[in-house]
Design a protein around this ligand. Structure first.
Ligand code: NAD
Length: 420
């Protein structure tokens, strides 16, 4: 994504800078700061995979267990060509603050493999998924560390990994991984949970800011599991008008409103939003700067930097991606009065339903989708208002308020355990 010379775009340096600011405001003691600004455990592995052409390729994989004071570490698995230990560290840190801000009895972790799944066959992906579990499986478990889908991974990949794990341990353990297919112990409502949780907090933000969703316009960056469902649910549940959307290949715009169902079908069929005949093509770089009410970054880190923060025209930035806004950009958005719903609050719906999936796995009893939506709505709405109230009372931006709540909860758990 976009770059500026003066600004550090290393995601872990950004996560630490965000942490430091909130820790200072909380008056956190030195030992807590030292413990909480670093991961507790990291694993780096090499995964040999036999490719379809008969050659073996060796992939780098990572699993970072950032903090487990509040429960087993939990966090997705990303397969991306730009994956590094620092992106995984940052994402694991944000998972720790995410599970804490919505008050789940879980810690934070994350995994990654440096690869390009868009250029791999299904067989190659299956062998990589199984190889990853053979490499890190012994540190995973429903009471240790629980992966889930993230960028370029999906429920099929979770199914292969579950199968490999259960083959290794010789028992069924559905709670070792979430985001599974329904037939293997997945939860109703997990597929669109991240987006749905985001839609619930957008609804609450609109109420607070006096925005009528039925006349509000929105632009969505990223059209994968999260972005496409945010567009679909934003229009169906809230009545928002989606005017622009993009993915890694390009962007489309229709000032009168995009038929989101048709765009989702087009994207499913062709693999991209590009070429959709219900909209014009546009330069994806300008998407977040469009004159809309809400922008939804739902792709990767560093989408909003010092370079473009001054050009954002929306009233609300609902961060469904992890780490889309740099600290320098945050300061500009705050100064300009733009309401940012920070990533680890806005996109906590995914891990919330992953937690509900684990609860159902433990009971071996499964709920209907209405029950899942009710529980998700309650937790997202309560957490959002707790953050908003602190934002108002302490006169800090929403991200800092969310950090203050989470850090306090995690530090308390560490103190109770006698770690600090
Ligand atoms: P995905 O792989 O399903 O989709 C990613 C989308 O981003 C694709 O449409 C891709 O084309 C697009 N993209 C990639 N690079 C881009 C670029 N440079 N510009 C524009 N678009 C680009 O992934 P996802 O699960 O939808 O995840 C999206 C974001 O949401 C990530 O930041 C992820 O960490 C975060 N997130 C996901 C979940 C989840 O449950 N899947 C939960 C919380 C947060």
């Amino acid at each position: 994504m976009s770059d500026t010379k003066s600004e550090s775009l290393n995601p872990f340096a950004i996560a630490q800078r965000q942490f430091d600011g909130a820790a200072e405001l909380l008056g956190l003691d030195v030992s807590a700061r030292l413990l909480l600004r670093e991961p507790m455990r990291e694993f780096a592995v090499t995964i040999p995979v036999r490719m379809d052409d008969g050659n073996t390729r060796v992939f780098k994989g990572y699993r970072v267990q950032y903090n487990n004071s509040r429960g087993p570490t939990k966090g997705g698995l990303r397969w991306h060509p730009d994956e590094t230990i620092d992106t995984v560290r940052a994402l694991a840190a944000w998972m720790t603050w995410k599970t804490a801000v919505v008050d789940l009895p879980l810690g934070g972790g994350k995994g990654g493999v440096t690869c390009n799944p868009l250029e791999m066959t299904e067989g190659e992906k299956e062998r990589l998924a199984r190889g990853y579990i053979r490499a890190v499986g012994r540190v995973l478990g429903a009471t240790r560390d629980i992966p889930a889908p993230d960028v370029y991974t999906n429920s099929q990949i979770m199914a292969w990994m579950l199968d490999e794990y259960e083959t290794l341990v010789g028992e069924t353990h559905p709670g070792v991984i979430t985001g599974k297919p329904l037939q293997l112990g997945g939860s109703q409502g997990r597929g669109d949970a991240t987006a749905r949780g985001g839609v619930y907090v957008m609804r609450e933000a609109c109420k607070l800011l006096g925005i009528d969703p039925s006349t509000a316009r929105v632009a969505v960056q990223g059209f994968g599991k999260v972005g496409s469902n945010a567009a679909l649910l934003g229009s169906k549940v809230l009545g928002l008008t989606v005017v622009a959307a993009c993915d890694v290949n390009g962007a489309v715009i229709n000032e009168d409103g995009i038929d989101v169902d048709a765009l989702a079908q087009h994207s499913l069929r062709t693999g991209s939003v590009v070429g959709f005949d219900g909209a014009e093509s546009m330069d994806p770089d300008g998407l977040l700067e469009l004159p809309v009410d809400i922008v939804v970054p739902a792709a990767l880190e560093n989408a909003i930097t010092a370079r473009n923060a001054g050009k954002i025209q929306a009233k609300i930035v609902c961060e469904l991606a992890n780490g889309p806004t740099t600290p320098d950009a945050d300061a500009v958005l705050h100064e300009r009065g733009i309401y940012v719903i920070p990533d680890f609050l806005a996109n906590a719906g995914g891990v919330t339903v992953s937690y509900l999936e684990q609860v159902q796995n433990a009971y071996n009893y499964y709920w209907d989708v209405k029950e899942v939506h009710t529980q998700l709505d309650r937790r997202m709405t309560e957490s959002f208002h707790a953050v908003h109230e602190l934002h108002e009372s302490r006169k800090v931006d929403m991200r800092t308020a969310a950090y203050m709540i989470s850090i306090d909860r995690v530090a308390t758990a560490c103190r109770l355990r006698g770690w600090i």
